[in-house]
Design a binder for this molecule. Structure first.
Ligand code: PLP
Length: 424
């Protein structure tokens, strides 16, 4: 081990033994203990409770109870699991549903928001937003006849958006302000409450994509006055690959907004099979068609784990771990050409850290192929390392820094070509 890391390793052992969340690691399936999995910001690990639950879902609920399971456990899953996610984001019961992808939910909410602000034509977002959010907005603008304009605020350092940029962009023609936070590349955590207030003062609504925030940073949609929110459940909520997203609508808007698309699951009485659509008098109106039951059920035991651990404790550990990592970055990684692609201020940073390096892609390949480290890569040069406090240990962070340093110092990446694989 790099001698500069000796002290960090000692500290890491102490921090791990004092860590109140450490026992949660045992709640996850760890198929290979030597693997340093630092991609929980993309796909969370599988909880043991999920594997166990699937035994019952497949052998009992599907194989044995068959269609009777709709009434016994499946039909109310979108609202039942939504109600479990509600306290994680500070929502009230009945304001959150689970179903469809984050992208589809964004479509529902962008259209709903614009229907509440007729005549206001601007939509403000920023260049750090996730592309699917921007494509959704561009598609809605196209659908509505090109009367709206999407304005993207710049990020001068590629890491953060200044509050001044928000202040300057807001006027009474803005219908909607929307961004994802923390941002997917730099992990920048916006000043959510302050921007929500500014947007409301200007007469606009807000829609936040909490894909990287739900289950990792404290969120209080009720007290922060947030109108709409969406987010993935497969990242820090550990719901499994492609698990359906959540959608939050403030009750007052639910009553006024026009939820699209319309489908029988959003109907007031799906099994009346009426020929005309009448929206349900609840958040169910944001459902569309039959949900992917197996993927949806997987979200429930995973959310239970987050509820047991508590988001405040998760956040406290993520911040401490991030700080610990940044100290190691300064001590050993800066000297081999890495720069920090995330905010230094832990209060403005989510649970992952981006390291930038001109050889970022090839370094990532060596880590995955030869070094038993799983980060991911985001163009043009970001290696993302996710710290998932429920199962990432401080010693994992030290080991990851050791291997990152070694790969670059020995120029091992030179054996790889720069051609990108389909999934990075
Ligand atoms: C901020 C953000 N929004 C949306 C998505 C993806 O949404 P979907 O589940 O629709 O693919 C991601 C995926 O990583 C994301 O990071």
């Amino acid at each position: 081990m790099n001698t500069k890391l000796d002290d960090f390793l000692n500290q890491a052992h102490q921090l791990d033994s004092a860590d109140g969340l450490a026992p949660f690691r045992d709640e996850f399936v760890i198929a290979d203990d030597a693997l340093l999995y630092l991609d929980g910001n993309s796909l969370g690990r599988m909880p043991k409770a999920t594997r166990q639950m699937f035994g019952d879902v497949l052998d009992h609920q599907w194989a044995d109870r068959l269609i009777r399971s709709w009434g016994e456990n499946w039909y109310d899953a979108p609202t039942r699991i939504g109600d479990k996610i509600a306290p994680i984001i500070g929502a009230q019961p009945g304001e959150v549903i689970v179903g469809d992808s984050t992208t589809v939910n964004l479509f529902k909410l962008v259209t709903a928001a614009l229907s509440l602000r007729p005549g206001q034509t601007k939509i403000i977002s920023d260049v750090l937003n996730f592309p699917t959010d921007l494509y959704t907005i561009q598609g809605v603008i196209d659908l509505l006849g090109q009367d709206h304009e999407l304005i993207l605020l710049p990020a001068d350092d590629g890491i953060a958006i200044s509050m001044e940029a928000y202040k300057a962009a807001l006027d009474d023609d803005v219908a909607l302000v929307t961004f994802s936070t923390p941002t997917f590349k730099s992990g920048y955590l916006h000043e959510i409450e302050a921007i929500t207030r500014l947007a409301h003062d200007a007469g606009s609504l807000v829609l936040w994509d909490f894909s990287h925030g739900v289950g990792s940073v404290p969120i209080d949609v009720t007290n922060w006055g947030i109108d709409f929110a969406v987010g993935c459940t497969y990242k820090y909520l550990n719901g499994g690959p492609g698990s359906p997203a959540f959608l939050y609508v403030r009750e007052q808007h639910r009553k006024e907004a026009n939820a699209r698309p319309w489908g029988w699951w959003g109907h007031e009485s799906p099994f009346a099979f009426d020929l005309d659509y009448r929206a349900a008098e609840s958040a169910r109106q944001f459902l569309v068609g039959t949900p992917p039951v197996l993927s949806m059920l997987a979200v429930e035991p995973a959310v239970d784990l987050v509820l047991r651990a508590g988001v405040d404790a998760i956040r406290e550990k993520a911040m401490a771990m991030g700080e610990f990592f940044v100290e190691m970055f300064d001590a050993v990684l800066a000297e081999v050409g890495f720069t920090l692609g995330s905010p230094r201020d832990p209060h403005r940073r989510g649970s992952h850290i981006s390291l930038r390096h001109p050889e970022g892609y090839r370094i990532c390949r060596v880590l995955i192929e030869e070094e038993q480290v799983i980060p991911d890569f985001r163009e043009p040069d970001n290696i993302r390392l996710g710290f998932a406090p429920l199962y990432t240990r401080y010693v994992d962070c030290v080991e990851a820094v050791e291997r990152l340093h070694r790969v670059v110092a020995d120029r091992r990446y030179e054996a790889y070509d720069t051609h990108r694989t389909d999934i990075t």
